[in-house]
Design a protein around this ligand. Sequence first.
Ligand code: SF4
Length: 241
Amino acid sequence: MNKLIKLSRSTVEKYITCPRCCFLEKIYDIRPPSLPFTLNLAVDNLCKNEFDFYRERQEPHPLFNKYNIDAIPFKHSEIDNWKNNYKGIRYKSAKYQYDFGGAIDDIWEKSNGELIIADIKATSRNNFNWNDTWNKYDYPKSYKRQLEMYQWLFKMNGFQVSNDAYIIYFNGKKDEKFFHNKLEFETHVIKLNCSTDWVEPKIIETVELLRSNTFPSPSQKCENCNYLKKRWNLSKNLKIK
Ligand code: SF4
């Protein structure tokens, strides 16, 4: 019997974008340095508090009325665990010996009982446009996959889950005349039509990689490894360490 592998949705996301990074992180505990996005986390937290206020009252958030979302924030005894990065919602497969989990930002309940998974993002860009961002970059696809992995987790835990998911995107306005210690945001509520068909096959592929002795190739697009490659080549040419 294989040993149980515990993995998160970000491990699977790493497997999709760069299997080498996934392998280095899980097997060798080596990861590229990253900075904490403290301002984004503050926005995340404030927005979550707001949803908790309406969850307590079992009333729709004002954004739901504005964007025609027939739902209220979902009230459940596990909600705080599901939103906790150290706990989250999990599913264990006895057949494939994995324990997979992730922590949501928020979850809403439609009037027909289906659950909607929502994620909060913050940025600060001139003329933010989701469709342009989607067409131009890879990262919005990873946001969608994130929501699809959460949807799958809720389905596997016996909940009825809507195919619709939402990203609430807060765009900080940086061209205001005065600061007054206050950052103003414009809000974009983005509805995504999701599918969870791909989720378990990718979890299984990730687990298979982590059980193998294969050291995977790096992503060709990654700035970190490209930086290292250039740095090594320069060192070799100049014969320096
Ligand atoms: S290519 Fe990037 S993502 Fe992949 S191993 Fe290198 S640093 Fe990690």
